[in-house]
Design a protein around this ligand. Sequence first.
Ligand SMILES: [Zn+2]
Length: 109
Amino acid sequence: MTAAVLYGKEDVKIEKVPIPRVADGEVLVKVQVALTCGTDLKVYQRGYHARMIVPPALFGHELAGVVEEVGAGVRGFKRGRPHERRPLQRPTPRGGPSRPRRWRGGTRH
Ligand SMILES: [Zn+2]
């Protein structure tokens, strides 16, 4: 897949990388649309985000696409369904769909 990879301060490269393997608690989304936000700009300028990304790592966290694979223990996501990820999603209420445990970022074409 093609991904934006952050290597450090103002150092992002577009590269071919392996498709991530889905672990328990994770969802793989085939990205159809991605964008950058103010946080991405800050991360690009600083070269890292202590809680979100430590380089080298796939870069980006706002997207819309289709769920390709659902890891064990994830509820509320099904293969082939549209999905979007936004930074201000509220925690899932009890009994609602579970959220993926971890976000590894990146873009996929
Ligand atoms: Zn954002």
